[in-house]
Design a protein around this ligand. Structure first.
Ligand code: ACO
Length: 325
């Protein structure tokens, strides 16, 4: 079984400011060598005062609409994945909808770094149910605003940015398919990676100043196993095997995690697209930014079987396969 829909457009947007490992090593006790060896990350983009998840998301959305050659007025629904929304409400998706001049419903999804896969899967279901024809899916983050800049275990990892795709209904025999996704969650292990917000009960954590807290090595171990299992389930849903995968566009958290995942899947590293070197972990934005760059680099062609796989706070993880149209 599959849903007939295709990615009609893709785009991304990054804040101007680039923060290098060398600059970070003036802030905390770390070094370029350590960060590159343990994560593969060399630099990341950091939001300026005028940037927000909605402004970066709207810019990425306009780029995706341009590639799709679709006017904002044609969009039936905006879904924004973010764990760093502009506020508690209105939703970041509503603000993006207004900023791009679309006239349609809009809502946010928060599944941390698995946000884009959750949003993309939801969009495909709306299209499959024929309640929408063209859905704008945005992954957008300003993680620098919830990073503890005195914690060397986390501040080296994260970056800001946004990516977007336009998902469009296709004809049953036309190009482009999305296969049924796999989504997993283990709220019981949520204490391995979290950032409390202003609505947390006072007994659960500091509420005014939400910062990312993470047990890095535990998350690393959990991530590789959960993502490998998610891919296995997504392949089963699609009646495919690992060798059918043309390219894997994984969540860009750490190059070592991606390498370990590809090994577990029995796939060569050349089949994975990585850009974590330049952007760090941009959570919900990382897959759509990577997808946008992979397309611009000519890495994805019609008929390719493209795998998205991610893992993040929640804990949450997921995988979805799409046949490029
Ligand atoms: N620079 C130098 N030394 C450091 C740094 C740093 N930036 N950070 C930690 N160290 C030290 C530690 O203190 C420790 O020292 P010790 O041996 O004297 O105690 C040593 O380096 C090893 O630390 P580990 O934490 O064991 O290092 P590890 O190899 O596990 O790498 C890392 C840490 C990069 C955080 C890794 O565990 C990781 O990538 N984890 C997963 C992160 C992730 O994917 N998160 C999921 C998504 S995030 C989301 O959903 C929002």
């Amino acid at each position: 079984m599959s849903f007939s829909c295709r990615v009609a457009g893709y785009g991304h947007s990054l804040p101007e400011r680039i923060l290098t490992n060398e600059e970070l090593s003036e802030l905390v006790d770390t070094s370029d060598d350590w960060i590159v060896e343990r994560t593969g990350i060399r630099s990341r983009h950091i939001a300026g005062d005028a940037d927000s998840s909605s402004s970066l998301g709207a810019a990425a959305a306009m780029n995706a609409l341009r590639v799709a050659n679709i006017d904002p007025s044609e969009i039936d629904l905006v879904i924004a994945a973010t764990c760093t929304p502009d506020g508690m409400f209105p939703s970041t998706a509503s603000r993006i909808q207004h900023q791009i001049g679309a006239e349609c419903g809009a809502f946010d999804i928060n599944a941390a770094c698995n946000g884009f896969i959750t949003a993309f899967s939801s969009a495909a279901q709306f299209i499959h149910a024929r309640t929408a024809n063209k859905v704008l899916v945005v992954g957008t983050e300003v993680l620098s605003r919830i990073v503890d800049w005195s914690d060397r275990g986390t501040c080296i990892l994260f970056g800001d940015g946004a990516g977007a795709v336009v998902l469009e209904a296709g004809s049953d025999d036309g190009p482009g398919k999305v296969f049924p996704p796999f989504l997993g969650s283990d709220g019981g292990a949520g204490n391995l990676l979290y950032a409390w917000g202003p609505c947390a009960s006072p007994s659960e954590g500091i509420t005014e100043d939400a910062k990312i807290i993470m047990d890095g090595p535990a998350v690393f171990k959990y991530a590789v196993g959960a993502m490998a299992d998610a891919v296995e389930s997504a392949l089963k849903n699609a009646d495919k095997s690992p060798s059918d995968i043309t390219i894997c566009v994984p969540h860009q958290a750490n190059e070592r995690i991606i390498r370990a995942l590809m090994e577990r899947l029995g796939l060569p590293m050349e089949k994975a697209f990585t850009n974590v070197q330049s952007y760090g972990n941009t959570s919900s934005a990382s897959i759509p930014i990577a997808l946008s760059e992979a397309n611009s680099d000519g890495r994805i062609k019609p008929g390719d079987l493209v795998l998205f796989v991610a893992f993040g706070g929640g804990l949450n993880w997921g995988a979805v396969l799409t046949e490029w149209g």
